[in-house]
Design a protein around this ligand. Structure first.
Ligand code: FAQ
Length: 311
């Protein structure tokens, strides 16, 4: 029967149908989804840290309220995604163990520091902008729970992107110092954001199978190109320069050409040696330890409720 089950699975994928938790699926499909969804969930959770760093120093009550809401949204996305991965039979504890022991990956971008208030705006504009570009196609992913989770996540990321861009527009109408602060943040984040889409297609071991299974719909390089094309006009409106002398419109291709990404630096960061990897991980591990009593209390409460209901 495995042959028959496999044929049915392939037919569903070929017809662009959805796979649901109760459906039979090849182990490799299950494994690759857990890998990608847990990596995604961890990114949302660790991604709270760089911006969280600025909550207590936001320049106004309005900016503080917006930032708290945004960071809280990211936490919500992480929990959503852990739940989606749990439908594949991997517990949240298992995934968190993977993160805390340094085995599981999360997006490289969150291993860079947030040095000024402008970084918060740039993260909204460029990091959330890149995240949306990557995540909108995931709303059509073949695995139902992941695809459905992405719909809400993308709507919220869209708000995040706009709030970041708007904060930068305001700063760009401010003093020379404020404008310089925005330019400096763009200079530090631009190349790291291009690397968020993952290695070039030719060096991306998971791409072929991910595309075949309808998990990935658009390749790493194509998404990166779409991001560059969408962002250049936004940079013009904002009045900042993107730090790439090779960035120019290519009439023939109908796209912007761009320069070389530093992949050595990318892999260094992915493999644990970026500027903030150790700090990010130890902050998460400590938060998990510090929260143990909350989880214990919630479990004890649930147990009591259950006992009462059984009487
Ligand atoms: N960082 O073969 P591929 C956000 C790894 S959420 C670290 O191309 P794949 C929201 C990759 O895992 C941002 N590792 O892999 C927010 C694989 O290693 P593995 C996260 C990376 O899976 C905003 C290896 O390299 N979004 O930003 C990275 O087919 C603001 C080979 O790569 C998602 O995770 C990287 N940048 O494609 C929150 C979206 N790129 O697992 C707070 C879902 C690659 O074999 C503030 N994920 N690697 O050990 C995806 O779409 C895919 O997983 C890709 C990578 C496109 C990231």
């Amino acid at each position: 029967e495995p042959v028959e089950l496999m044929a049915r699975f392939d037919a569903r994928i070929d017809a662009d149908g959805r796979i649901e938790p109760q459906d039979w699926m090849p182990e490799a499909y299950r494994k690759t989804l857990v890998r990608q969804i847990s990596q995604h969930a961890h990114s949302e959770i660790v991604g709270m840290l760089p911006e969280g760093n600025w909550i207590s120093r936001a320049p106004s009550l309005k900016r503080k309220a917006i930032l708290i809401a945004k960071v809280q949204d990211e936490g919500g996305h992480g929990l959503y995604l852990y739940s989606a991965a749990e439908t594949l039979g991997t517990s949240r504890d298992q995934m968190l163990d993977g993160l805390h022991s340094g085995k599981a990956k999360y997006s490289s971008i969150f291993n860079y520091p947030t040095l000024s208030w402008a970084d918060v705006g740039v993260i909204g504009w460029l990091v959330d902008g890149a995240a949306i570009m990557n995540q909108v196609p995931l709303c059509r992913c073949s695995y139902g729970p992941y695809a459905r989770a992405m719909v809400r996540v993308c709507k919220e990321e869209s708000f995040h992107q706009r709030q970041g861009y708007e904060a930068l527009l305001v700063m760009m109408q401010g003093t020379e110092e404020q404008k310089a602060m925005v330019q400096d943040a763009v200079n530090r984040y631009w190349w790291k954001c291009l690397a968020m889409f993952g290695p070039p297609d030719a060096d991306s071991p998971n791409s072929v199978q991910g595309m075949r299974w309808g998990i990935k719909r658009i390749s790493n390089d194509d998404l990166r190109q779409k991001f560059v094309d969408a962002t250049v006009p936004q940079a013009k409106v904002l009045g900042v320069t993107l730090p790439d002398p090779d960035l120019k419109w290519n009439e023939e291709r109908g796209h912007y050409d761009y320069g070389q990404i530093d992949w050595d630096e990318f892999w260094q960061t992915v493999n644990g040696n970026g500027p903030c990897n150790k700090e990010r991980l130890s902050t998460r591990v400590k938060a998990h330890h510090d929260g143990q009593w909350v989880r214990d209390a919630a479990l004890a409460h649930a147990r009591k409720q259950q006992q009462r209901a059984m009487k």
